[in-house]
Structure formats: structure tokens, C-alpha cells
Design a protein around this ligand. Sequence first.
Ligand code: PEP
Ligand code: MG
Length: 582
Amino acid sequence: MTLACCGLGVAGSRAIALGPAYLLERGLPAVAPRRIRTEEVAAEVQRVEEALQSAAAALRAVRAQIPPSTPVKVAEFIDSHLLMLEDSALVDPALELIRAELFGAEWALQEHRNRLIEVFEQMDDPYLRSRRDDVDHVIHHLLKFLLGEAEHPAQAGDDLSGRVVVARDLSPADLIVLRQRGASAFVTEFGGPMSHTAILARGLNVPAVMGVHNATRYLRSGELIVVDGETGTVLADADERILAHYRRRLDAIEARRTGLKRLIGQPSVSADGIPVALLANLELPEDAALARANGAEGVGLYRTEFLYMNREGLPDEEEHLAAYLEMIHALGGVPITIRTLDLGVDKQVDGGAGPCAPVCNPALGLRAIRLCLKEPELFRPQIRAILRASVMGPVRLMIPMLSGIAELNSVLAMIEQIRRELTREGLPFDPHLPIGAMIEVPAAALSAVAFARRVDFLSIGTNDLIQYTLAIDRVDDTVNYLYDPLHPAILRLIRMTIEAGRACGKPVAMCGEMAGDPRFTRLLLGLGLRELSMQPGSLLEVKDLVRGSRIAELEQATCALFARLDDEEPERLLEAINRIGA
Ligand code: PEP
Ligand code: MG
């Protein structure tokens, strides 16, 4: 086997492709510092305004090219960039640099971009932090117009049918245009799995690997490359044997995808008759359609952060309520678990709530429930709205990032107080609204019994549980390689949480990414989980595994795995479990 190049990145989308590379030159244009004279200020400001108009017109043209069959979300990505272009916060500080400091337009814009990026880089929440890419894409787009290099790189001539686009960075607009020109996959040097471009690639089921450092330096246009979105690997100069292996895998994936459709509408019950609830993780109301199409039995994690984004001020109670009712309606009666706000520490929510002092280690800072308890005006409207929504459909409330019982007690006391308020105001709510605690901090897993006694259900958030247990920042691509769901410490914390739930007679779900990864399905069933919440696209794959498993056997095999956990590689032990019934 000869491999001239093997690049590792992160899976932006888990599909696989094989094709000739197409290198796209696309970096931030080089901008030299340039001062202007006072009498040139008006003309320079005018240039920025004209560039803004042309940049918006070009984006609208891209939007108009989106075929009607494309998911709604795609247009929204472009809309969000258009909104950013129209937002005065994007250019006003740059105009101020032109007026007050006599910076040339391009330099002012670049300087403003650098300051914004610095703020974004410090953010803890991966979703918010990845919005940095959006700022970069929009300002880059604008700079091109200022510099007179307005042709969208993705729009220039070549037919890209079957080609793998390799670029430093790609905006959602690039991805759409390139996809329409036939590109079959994407490799970028920058960006992570939470970037808009990665989310879009997943939504479109286009293979993408992001964060492959120096990809544009080492890959050559025209050479055959393999993009393995499952492992986050890019292979160049692979020999015939490897290529044949990937061709077979591609055929198998296609056949499998078609075959899985037969499971839509079939019950999620194991071969020995045990029901396993398969639910969806959602963010936007339109995700509900995908969840339903894939037969989700409910929503195990509805992330509500999007309600606070891309806007001035905080959402009020009525807005929360409207969003929840829309989701309840779109889901057609299946249960929905609304997770309360999980904003990161350094996010200064427009409208003034939230802390603003920069901190050294935001992942360990004032995040999620900590922030909500400190800033009740951020939290109370949401709790009121969730309670009010509870009479309109089967709603559950879930609290993220709890680390101690005192925190949980404070939240429960606040909910109780709000219940009394609503009663006084004559506003109906379900007095039995189930309340759950997310177990995503090691301290919470270790005290899971205490949490389980006080709430109606637990849900394990493995994304954070892994981050905090293994001390690796989940958005730092330099330590991503340590992110290991099979680490014995993680497996023990998961088991401990499940046992705590069992001892207290409370259900335990899992809603981190691990729950939707088919490699772990049998292990999780063997551990005793009976509710898994995941990206809607994984539901059928996991259902197939559930239906093919005899859970009693998996439980025995999982006990055996734990007995050998300190002696053998967990991956090998997992392989043994996955062979059962396979
Ligand atoms: C988790 O941490 O596993 C989780 C589901 O929450 P989020 O990814 O939104 O932090
Ligand atoms: Mg989490």
C-alpha cells in the first residue's frame, strides 16, 4: 500500500467520495495598510457602501440559483449572510476607522474583521464559536468587491462534475454554487464540524472533511483523492487496492441507504422484544419534518440557543412560546424535550444580558445553567413559556450543564415560584411537566443518584461529558484526536448514571453524538439505555441495529467488557460486542 498523502481532519459530513481534486484558490485577499487624506474620507465610505450593495446583489443571485428541491435550510444560510451584510454592526466600526483613523477602506474592513474574530475565538459554545466562520465569509465576500475581484471563485467556468473541491475555506454560498456545478465532495483547511458549511454539507449529504491543515499545499489539482467523511480522512495517491476498497464501500453505502427505507414506520423493538425509543435532536422548527420523515418517536433534545442568535435584544416569553408551539405543531403530537438555554460564558447577548468580562477558560466558566441562574431575566421568560407550552402538547423540560445539587435545587425552586405566578395570573400549565437533568459534567455523573432522586429523568450529554472528563476542549482541533467515547472513564460514568437512574426508578436517555453513532448502539443497549436521541439522519441506521439485537445477550457481553476494561483495548472489546448478532 502506498500513500503519498493522508490528511486527517474532522468529519463535516459522514459520506464518502472518490474523485479528482480541484484546487480552489480562495484565501483572504492580502490587504496592505493604507492611510487616506481627510478629503478622501467621503469617497472611501462611498466605496464601502457600493461594495456592500454589489456583495448583497451577488448573494441574492446565488440564492436565486438554489433549486426548489433543496432543503429550506440552504436558503437560510444565504439569508443569514445577507442579513449580516445588511447589519450596520458589520461595517459601522470599519467606517469609523476610515473617518476617525483615516484607514483605507480595505484596511479598515480587515482590521475590524480581525477584532471581531478575536472575540469569536474566545467563545466557549461551539455553535457560537463556529459563527466566526460566517463573519469571515461575509467580510471576505465584501473585501473581494472592494478589491475589484468580485467574481465568485465558485462561479468561474470549469465543470466540476465528480470533482473534489479542495479549498482553504468555503462559505455556505460557495458550497451551494460548487455543488450545483457538480462538485462531489469538499476538503477544507479551516472550519469545524459545527460550522454552517459543515452543517449544510451534512444536510445535503455531501462528503466533507474540514480542518485538513495544508490541504491546498499538498494536494494537486487533478489527482485522484478519497474523502472519507466517516473517519475525517483524505487520501491522495492511494493504490488500486485502496481505491477498490472505497469503491466497494460506496456501492455498499448506496445499497444500504436504499434498504433502510423499509424501516420507516416499523417499530423500534429489539429481537427479544424490548422497545427502545429513538428520538431526534433538533434546533430549528423545519428540522421537525426530517425527524418525522425518519420516524422519530419524539425529540430528546431541542436546543433553544438559536432563539437568542442573529438578533437584537432577548426573546421575550411570547416569542419563546410561539417557537415552542410551532415545534409542537410541526411534530404532530410526539413528545418534545426542550432544553433550557445553553449559551457560553462570553456570549454578550444583544440586549445586555450575560457577562462580558473575558475569562481565561470559558469552557469552565459561566455557561448554560450557571449563566441562567445568574441572569434570571434570561431564564425566567423561557421557563414561563415552557410551562405554558406544556398544556399544548407532550413537553418535557431539560436542564443542561448541572454540576451540583445546589444548582438543581435553585432551578427547581425557581420553577416552583413561576408555577405559583402562572396560577395567580390564571395561565394554564401542566403541573406534572417532566423535568430532567442533563448529565454532562463528571461531577454530575458521580452524583447521579442525588440528581435522579430530584428529577423525572436524566439524559447523558456525551459531547460535554467527554470534553470535561478527558480535559479536552471539544472545539480545539489540536486536541480532537483525544476525543474518545470509549475511554474507560467515560464508559464507567455512563454506566454509573444508568445505574443511578435504575436505582431511583427514573429513565435515563442519551442525547450526545454517541447516541447516534451506530458503532456504539449495541454497547449502549447492553449498558441498559432504552432511549437514544440523535441527528434525524442516523435514526434508521440505529433502528436497524436495535431490531437485529438480542438485548439480553448484549447485556451479558457488556458485563464481560467491563470486567476486562483495564486489561484490553476498549476498541477490541467493542468489536466483540458488535460481532454479536452481526
Ligand atoms: C452534549 O453535551 O452531549 C449535548 C447533547 O449538548 P450540546 O452538544 O448541545 O452541548
Ligand atoms: Mg452539552
